[in-house]
Write a protein that binds this ligand. Structure first.
Ligand code: IVH
Length: 669
């Protein structure tokens, strides 16, 4: 009886939260404050925690992202996901219209929609509940990315209203609004990471991430624009969209029904300009025959429907003069040529610079200083040069000669075979590379030095206090405190931060050194195999490549790095100030291969260990912690409050379920 009321309470909270979520994210018309929303969410979380048997993957509490996904399951689309044929001008579009009218021998109505520039997605609902979200893949099979898609707040986890078929499928586009994209890039720049090129690439990278909780924080959104015609809803596409909107899907408010191709062209002309004011990226207009009966009459080709076509917007172009080319040196030593242009207005912003990427691009454009060049702003934030106005070229214009020495330190540049970019090899003597290395070293995922950031590194470097990462540990509070913009308090904080970093485990120290191709994962693998820096230093190419997941490119980079005397001196200095260059005794003492080859799913809460601790234990003993249950799972390590769906799945696949105690026995035996 009591359980029943708890269940009712939970259901009520869920449905309230679904509703307020819809008002906020789909309708943009919130009815309650964030505070009220959060407090309802907290109540629900508490009840669900106390009553794990009532868990539901579509509960609003799961929007924050659940377990790590080890691999995406391939799913075959029930109806293949076709793409659209493209048109680029009025003539081609009129050809499409003529063909349609001829084929059906009637005057069709068209629906005009914006073409969202993101990643297409197919959602499958069973009895009104979201079951699967599948990417397009090759059109026949895609990846099951449900755990990530659940975190997109504008996507209904449970359908609203009524009348939806028991099995329902809808297609749309996942997008990353410009605001979220810009915010992400600001964060990346602050972390010393390369900014993402455009929202579409970022969306497709995000939707394939293995950690749904990161996806949840990215701020993805989605628009829905198509219900496969085999699912008979109404007589027309436009009515289908209205119905879908009533079930809670976000559909575009800019969709219009047009009586003829001239109305379609008006729509296109309007959005060609106006699209720059939209919150998301669009790259065209999609024109669809409205009547489903006519659509069925027209049919499809193997690749695309005959009843729809995309009209692609031309990227906006402008012409301006190339004044000069300058060269930037990145922190890995990569050289990027940049065109300096006479300022010109393009898509609402003044463009003064354009990236030229590498020497090949410059020569394929046959660029000459003083040329009138065509600049284009496509999906990328940085405009690019797409061509030269040959008619305007003055015969005396001189070709752009790519530099052969580093503009920062004068060292002759090198270009490795197969590499598009030139590099400055003077790793330890070239200022932007030195600063870049130090910035990487202090970063959050590396040594995480409290109180320091990019600006402090600039300041210390420019005032001559530091020349490499070992110098950081010789900094005196009094020296730092004397500097403008840094007081005694900040200096003390930095000193404490540096002191604390002597406890950072070896794998992160190794990552912090900034050896090319040695990222977080590779560093972990190396530490597991070699255990000490001396063993790693002594390792030959052969020994390195024998380690699983270490290829010859990584191995070569490691031996190259250690062969430089300055680097070995650096290690000695860092070792002398107390940094960790060996696997900790704890790690060494406890490690074994008892779980080698086993993949283990953790679910629920445990009496003796946190989930992170259990994950560490699994890895320490050679096992693999995976996020979701599949045929290849060896064990389900089950705690309390485990979700019933996981349990059911494990039972169905006959996967052995073990308790925390049993697990501890397994690794201690
Ligand atoms: S309809 C069978 N409508 O464009 C018709 N697609 O180039 C299915 N897209 O794969 C597609 N906005 O990812 C349709 N309003 C819209 C769209 C749209 C963006 C994407 C979609 C599709 C691609 C084809």
């Amino acid at each position: 009886m009591e359980n029943n009321t708890v269940q009712q309470q939970i259901e009520e909270l869920r449905s309230k939260l679904h509703h307020y979520n819809y008002l906020y994210y789909v309708q943009s018309q919130p009815e309650i404050s964030d505070f009220e929303f959060d407090s309802l969410m907290k109540q629900l979380e508490a009840l669900e925690n106390e009553n794990p048997e009532l868990d539901d993957p579509n509960s609003p509490t799961h929007r924050v992202g659940s377990d790590i996904i080890s691999e995406f399951k391939q799913v075959t689309h029930k109806y293949s996901m076709l793409s659209l044929s493209n048109t680029y001008n009025e003539g081609e579009l009129r050809d499409f219209d003529n063909r349609v009218r001829k084929d059906i021998n009637q005057e069709p109505e068209y629906v005009c929609e914006l073409k969202f520039d993101g990643v297409s997605i197919s959602l499958i609902y069973e009895n009104g509940m979201l079951k699967h979200a599948v990417t397009r893949g090759d059109g026949e099979q895609g990846d099951d990315v449900t755990a990530n898609v659940r975190t997109i707040k504008s996507i209904p986890l449970k359908l609203r209203g009524e009348g939806w078929p028991a099995e329902f499928e809808i297609r749309g586009e996942i997008v990353l609004p410009y605001e979220a994209f810009n915010k992400l890039n600001e964060e990346r720049l602050a972390n010393g990471e390369e900014p993402m090129a455009n929202p579409r690439n970022t969306t497709s990278g995000t939707i394939k991430m293995q950690d749904p909780s990161i996806v949840a924080r990215r701020g993805l959104d989605a628009y829905f624009y198509f219900v496969p015609s085999q699912i008979r809803l109404t007589e027309s596409h436009s009515q289908n969209l209205i119905l879908a909107a009533s079930w809670g899907f976000k559909t575009s408010e800019h969709t219009r029904v047009c009586k003829n191709i001239d109305e379609v062209l008006n729509f296109i002309h309007y959005w060609d300009k106006e699209r720059h004011n939209l919150p998301v990226a669009t790259d065209g207009v999609v024109i669809k025959v409205n009547s489903i009966a006519m659509q069925n009459n027209l049919g499809t080709t193997a690749k695309s429907p005959r009843w729809a076509v995309a009209f692609k917007f031309q990227a906006e172009q402008a012409e301006t003069r190339l004044l000069s080319v300058s060269y930037q040196v990145g922190r890995t030593g990569a050289i990027t040529p940049v065109a300096n242009l006479e300022p010109v207005l393009l898509s609402g912003t003044v463009v003064k610079r354009a990236s030229l990427h590498n020497a090949d691009i410059i020569s394929s454009l046959d660029l000459r200083i003083n040329d009138i060049v065509k600049v284009e702003k496509g999906g990328e934030i940085i405009p690019k040069i797409v061509g030269v106005n040959q008619v305007e070229r003055h015969p005396m214009n001189q070709p752009v000669m790519f530099i052969n020495v580093c503009p920062e330190c004068g060292t002759p540049l090198v270009r490795d075979e197969g590499e598009a970019k030139h590099f400055c090899p003077n790793e330890n003597g070239c200022p932007p590379q030195i600063k870049g290395k130090i910035i990487h070293f202090i970063g959050r995922k590396a040594m995480n030095i409290d109180g320091m950031g990019e600006e402090t590194v600039e300041l210390f470097y420019n005032t001559g206090l530091i020349r490499n990462v070992a110098d950081l540990y010789t900094l005196q509070i009094s020296d730092m405190a004397q500097l403008e913009r840094l007081g005694e308090k900040s200096a003390r904080r930095i000193a404490d931060g540096l002191q604390a970093s002597t406890q950072v485990p070896f794998e992160r120290v190794l990552f912090s050194l900034g050896i090319r191709f040695v990222g977080e994962t590779v560093a972990k693998i190396l530490v597991k195999s070699f255990k000490t820096i001396d063993a790693l230093l002594a390792a030959t190419l052969d020994e390195l490549t024998q380690v699983n997941e270490i290829g010859s490119r990584i191995a070569q980079s490691i031996t190259d790095w250690f062969s430089i005397e300055d680097n070995r001196i650096l290690i000695d200095r860092l070792r002398n100030v107390g940094l960790q260059f060996e696997m900790s005794e704890d790690q060494m003492a406890g490690s074994s291969t008892k779980l080698a080859g086993l993949s283990i799913v953790i679910s629920g809460t445990f009496a003796q260990h946190s989930r992170d601790e259990l994950k560490e234990l699994i890895e320490k003993h050679g096992g693999k912690n995976v996020g979701s249950i599949s045929k290849s799972t060896s064990y389900l390590l089950a705690g309390e409050n485990m979700g019933p769906s996981k349990l059911e799945k494990a039972q169905k696949l006959a996967i052995k379920i073990i308790s925390e105690d049993e697990f501890m026995t397994m690794i201690s035996e």
